[in-house]
Design a protein around this ligand. Structure first.
Ligand code: DAH
Length: 342
């Protein structure tokens, strides 16, 4: 092959190769063009290199120089094209690639969990620790140790599911008072969150399974003043500077007993739907722990006294967040829960 022929061969290869590589519209076409021109086996560049052998010795430097130019140029064009195809965003299929990404759904805490955690934090500041107990209880812990006489009318409010093994689903967190006192000697200050079960209708303000938080404080010389001071302090921290009131009540495991109301934060006490027109929201039952309960737990009731309370965080959540129906808390409807979630 004479030099002239070789050079024109090189020119046409450069022309065809550049066109093929530059116009490749996608990665597959580009790869096909690479194989056709720059491929190791049958690529046209390779063929041009082999054709160098047939060029006369004195023409070799010129032919070789031109060959190198062509090869370098085509390799560079291939690299450029590959880079821009890699970077390009796919198009078509009706996608709008300028749309902001969808925020990832992470999940969040349930309103009742938020209330429980906030209450735990307030009582921790006051020196309380958290204790837990079993949801499947014995009758003795749920009733007997708590001074419920057999067949007492107070049992009516505590109907529940009885288990084949002889136990029952606990109707309140109060049995954990006794379990705690059996395990730890006074002074005891514990907060006991947990789920409880009752044969209640599922309506706007009741559920057959719900959370409670129990509080218990036992030491020497504890009086009703400590109960009021602690619970007022809690109400101030949780509800803001609300007024509170204590109404006499009855529980078999406390004597005296009181229910505590906080002034309705929604209407400020003038009466609204949230407080059923009374201006007050009942948040807990409480009282001085009955000596029989201390005795049942093996505590010397002459030496030690104390107080306890039990409250329903779901009730507190609906009044705090202005939720009209307690059942919403059980629906797992994210559109609702998201509004409160943190
Ligand atoms: N256990 C009671 C209930 O579920 C609530 C309660 C009232 C708990 C008074 C207490 C208390 O610790 O002192 O109805």
């Amino acid at each position: 092959m004479d030099l002239q022929q070789y050079l024109s061969e090189a020119d046409s290869l450069e022309r065809d190769g550049s066109a093929a590589l530059q116009s490749a519209a996608d990665a597959d076409t580009l790869e096909a063009a690479r194989i056709a021109y720059l491929g190791d086996r049958q690529g046209r560049v390779k063929a041009l290199q082999e054709a160098l052998r047939g060029v006369a010795k004195e023409d070799k430097p010129a032919a070789g120089k031109r060959f190198n130019e062509v090869r370098t140029r085509l390799e560079a064009l291939h690299a450029d094209r590959k880079q821009s195809l890699d970077r390009a965003l796919p198009t078509g299929d009706g996608e709008d690639l300028t749309l902001p990404a969808r925020r990832q759904w992470r999940g969040a805490k349930h309103p009742v969990t938020l209330v429980i955690e906030e209450i735990e934090a307030i009582f921790r500041e006051l020196g309380f620790t958290i204790a837990l107990g079993p949801e499947a209880e014995t009758e003795w812990y749920n009733f007997g140790a708590l001074n419920f006489p057999p067949n007492h009318p107070a049992l009516d409010a505590h109907d529940t599911l009885y288990l084949e093994t002889g136990g029952l689903l606990r109707t309140h967190t109060s049995p954990v008072q006794v379990r705690t006192l059996q395990k730890y000697a006074p002074p005891v200050r514990v907060l006991i969150p947990g789920n409880v079960y009752r044969r209640d209708f599922f309506d706007a303000s009741h559920a057959p399974a719900f959370a409670q938080i129990e509080g218990l404080c036992i030491d020497e010389g504890i009086s009703f003043v400590d109960l009021k001071a602690t619970l007022n302090r809690f109400a101030e921290r949780f509800f803001g500077a609300s007024r509170t009131r204590f109404r006499p009540s009855f529980f078999p495991f406390t004597e005296p007993s009181a229910e505590m109301d906080v002034q309705c934060g929604i209407c400020g006490g003038s009466g609204c739907a949230a407080c059923k027109g009374t201006g007050w929201i009942e948040i807990l039952g409480s009282g001085m722990v009955h000596p029989n309960v201390l005795t049942a737990a093996g505590i010397d009731s002459e030496r030690y006294t104390g107080w306890a309370f039990g409250m329903g965080p779901a009730r507190i959540a609906i009044s705090r967040y202005g939720i009209p129906d307690i059942r919403i808390l059980y629906d797992s409807d994210v559109r609702f829960l998201e509004q409160i979630a943190e």
